[in-house]
Design a protein around this ligand. Structure first.
Ligand code: FES
Length: 151
């Protein structure tokens, strides 16, 4: 286990031969990606099961991106954007908020636990928050176990 300065962000070292979750995080370019970058340059560690995909705005998130991530093997998905009122495209994150509410209901209808999808707001100055979010999501997905989609 790696213990960082903040015990809330302690992460476990992956064990060989033990299932590890795959989490895809879609981060908006202007806030959340920069926040994750800040965490990186500040040497704040987050769970290695989280892989980042940069999108220009959280509002760019088409629900099919999330579905495709699950189909291709993701066990969880994070969408992160600027705080409400801070979106560089005015209202992209408000659109995302509405879409995620609908998408969670759809996922539940398909038998996918809605907790496998998380929407968070992380600004460019919130590297700690990004790391805490990634670690918390990894813990959540580990407790849920692998996503088994019926084909
Ligand atoms: S630019 Fe960050 S959510 Fe729109």
């Amino acid at each position: 286990m790696v213990i960082t300065a903040d015990h809330e962000t302690a992460i476990e070292t992956p064990k060989v031969g033990v299932w590890q979750p795959r989490i895809v995080a879609f981060l908006c370019n202007w806030c959340s990606y920069t926040g994750a970058d800040l965490a990186g340059i500040s040497r704040i560690q987050w769970d290695p099961s989280v892989s980042i995909v940069r999108v220009m705005c959280s509002g760019r998130m088409d629900p099919t991106f999330v579905v495709k991530a699950y189909r291709l093997g993701a066990d969880g998905v994070i969408i992160s954007g600027c705080h409400p009122g801070d979106c560089h495209y005015q209202e992209g994150n408000y659109k995302t908020l509405r879409r995620v509410h609908l998408l969670k209901r759809l996922l539940a209808g398909f038998g996918i636990d809605p907790e496998r999808l998380r929407l968070v707001w992380v600004s460019a100055s919130e590297g700690n928050e990004w790391a805490a979010t990634a670690n918390d999501m990894a813990r959540e997905i580990r407790s849920l176990g692998p996503l088994r989609l019926e084909t």
